[in-house]
Ligand binder design. Sequence first.
Ligand code: G1P
Length: 273
Amino acid sequence: MISKCLFPAAGYGTRFLPATKAMPKEMLPIVNKPLIQYGVEEALEAGCQMMAIVTGRGKRSIEDHFDISYELEHQIKGTDKESYLREIRSLINACSFSYTRQNEMRGLGHAILTGEILIGKEAFAVILADDLCTNLQGKGVLAQMIDLYKKYHCSIVAIEEVPMEEVDKYGIIEGEEIQEGVYRVFNMVEKPLKYESPSNLAVIGRYILTPDIFDILRVTKPGKKGEIQITDALLEQAKSGHVLAYKFQGRRYDCGSIDGFVKATNDFYQLLH
Ligand code: G1P
């Protein structure tokens, strides 16, 4: 039902400099796999086979990663290293990848609007690869959200409770709980100060968006930090229809921060051993 997943991946990753000076932040590995590959695996598990990636200058290694490297395949064929490529090879076979470039950095809303050409007029998923999500108990976060979409047919954002000290790092929602863990959103604020935040329910990097979001984004004025914010467009959508917020099952690592990145690395290492 939702077959496309958009990955905004044009950002500079300044919080990880100098590591991200010549390498996309989406290619930073957690143990032996780049962040964006975890995202693609989550999308595929949720039933999305078409990956739409919004890139920018210096992001070519993302395209190379999701392509076959004939020299490498040839080199390791018949050796015990062949198994290392098995997983990425089957991922490449199971998905299609399309790319478009965002040539100006004007915010997440602008990045999503740039992806319109790859999405068209259908509901789609969005994954921000630096939010790495796991659910050891069952379905992945995006799969949970698509289940909810099948029932409600509207835009959905994934949320989690954060300490009030951290609300200024996120889009924050205010809503009415309509079923356990599901809120109908009536207010949303991008990165509010602690004392003006409507709640501590923070949006994390997983969205299901209905395609009318593109028309809203086209007329959304720059907001916080002078950027076009998806939060503002979603608030507009919530006013004229329905937007849901979903408290997902599982765990999120903020791999855009050093602390979250190290935590994810340690936890994933433990899982592998
Ligand atoms: C973006 C969104 C924000 C959301 C966050 C989730 O912010 O603008 O609303 O809460 O992603 O990771 P960024 O982290 O790009 O500053």
